[in-house]
Design a protein around this ligand. Structure first.
Ligand code: SAH
Length: 366
């Protein structure tokens, strides 16, 4: 695999351009072209010999939208093809203020959560910072000509908010994730504010402390899904490594360092974590903390036996949290007609490939 030019920040692109014997202004042309989501070969302001030299070393299009699934509610899901043949998925959710894109940070995942499709075949590899960024660049380019986007002003882009909630555990790919966060927030780049970015983690405590010290105050979201370590370990193996009490301490530190309230995700799983007693325990655990709880309806994964709760039970659970003094919301179900949360699209694609006898590099073990 060739290198990924989108890994570089503006200063690094400048250094590269100068090292190749080109004038400094070429760096700006190149970087602006990439930031618009163009392939190297498509940047018309650059001389062809320079582009050819770049293409000897760098991928022309490290992340390509391979397939788009459109929902009746406007949500779009994507399968992105990487240069080595791996695929990851993403989602674009449309809101009044703009669009939130969900990006992947790894091909597969090694955290082993029992309800999640991303982890079914383990971790294949980490994405580089540029591969994470290029998922957004590709979606911006796809929507660049939309009236709605143009209506928002000259420099407007489709993607206004980003959530790191696609496949992978972002803090298990810490260096590339942080590099991505630095690059995507940079003024010369997409310049998306840290406040418009949410990072979701299963709770890798030491890395949560590190992130708090980076000076990039993104919204920190922790996947909790249980109220005791014992219950949590049944659905999230990572619970054996880090206790809920340690997670709460790390969250408090995050708040102290960034001034940002933090979030918990709690996926409602029938017979597992959504009785009245669980709601009360959750309220007792989190009451008085500067946090917000996002309840999620389980997206049933066919390879797993876990079941979603009904709407009535979900609202009852929400009511109990509110009564218990928590700030909480039940996440609206979007794009359910096109299926696929967290790795389900990719899992389906891997099945198709296997059926066609072209399993390629997508690395299901064995
Ligand atoms: N690895 C990170 C981010 C990935 S997923 C993390 O664990 O937070 C984003 C959220 O979706 C997490 O809260 C995850 O637990 C949840 N999730 C995964 N699979 C799901 C499913 N099938 N239904 C509902 N939520 C799911």
């Amino acid at each position: 695999m060739k290198k990924v030019l989108q890994d570089l920040n503006f200063a690094e692109v400048q250094a590269l351009v100068l090292s190749m014997g080109e004038k400094n202004f070429r760096a700006k042309q190149l970087f602006e072209g990439l930031t618009k989501g163009k392939k190297i070969s498509e940047i018309t302001s650059l001389p062809r010999p320079f582009k050819e030299k770049l293409l000897e070393e760098y991928e022309d299009e490290p992340v390509k939208i391979e397939e788009i699934f459109r929902s009746a509610d406007g949500t779009e899901k994507y399968l992105f093809a990487l240069a080595d043949g791996n695929v990851v998925e993403g989602v674009l959710m449309k809101y009044k203020y703009g669009c939130t894109q969900c990006v992947s940070t790894q091909v597969g995942c090694r955290m082993g959560c029992k309800f999640c499709a991303s982890t079914l075949n383990g971790l294949v590899r980490n994405l580089s910072a540029g591969e994470i960024l290029a998922q957004i660049l590709a979606v911006n380019a796809l929507h660049a000509a939309d009236e709605e986007v143009k209506g928002r002003g000259r420099e407007a882009r489709a993607v206004t908010n980003v959530v790191l909630m696609g496949s992978g555990e972002p803090l298990d790919n810490y260096a590339q994730t942080v590099k991505f966060l630095k690059n995507v927030t940079a003024e010369e780049g997409l310049h998306i504010g840290a406040r418009n970015i949410s990072l979701s983690t299963c709770g890798l405590v030491p890395k949560m402390y590190e992130l708090a010290n980076e000076g990039i105050p993104v919204n920190l979201t922790v996947s909790l899904h249980a109220t005791s370590d014992e219950d949590r370990a049944r659905v999230m193996p990572v619970a054996r490594a880090y206790k809920i009490s340690e997670i709460l301490k790390a969250c408090a530190y995050y708040f102290e360092k960034t001034g940002r309230r933090y979030y918990f995700e709690y996926t409602l799983i029938e017979g597992e974590n959504c009785d009245a007693a669980h709601a009360e325990a959750l309220a007792a655990l989190l009451k008085g903390r500067p946090c917000h709880v996002n309840l999620i309806r389980l997206n049933e994964v066919k390879e797993r036996s876990l079941k979603a709760t009904g709407d009535k039970e979900a609202y009852r659970f929400l009511g109990l949290l509110e009564k218990g003094g928590l700030s909480a919301t039940l996440r609206r179900q979007i794009g359910s007609d096109i299926g696929g949360a967290c790795g389900q699209l990719r899992a389906r694609r891997l099945e198709e490939r296997a059926a066609a006898g072209t399993d390629g590099r997508d690395g299901s073990p064995g």
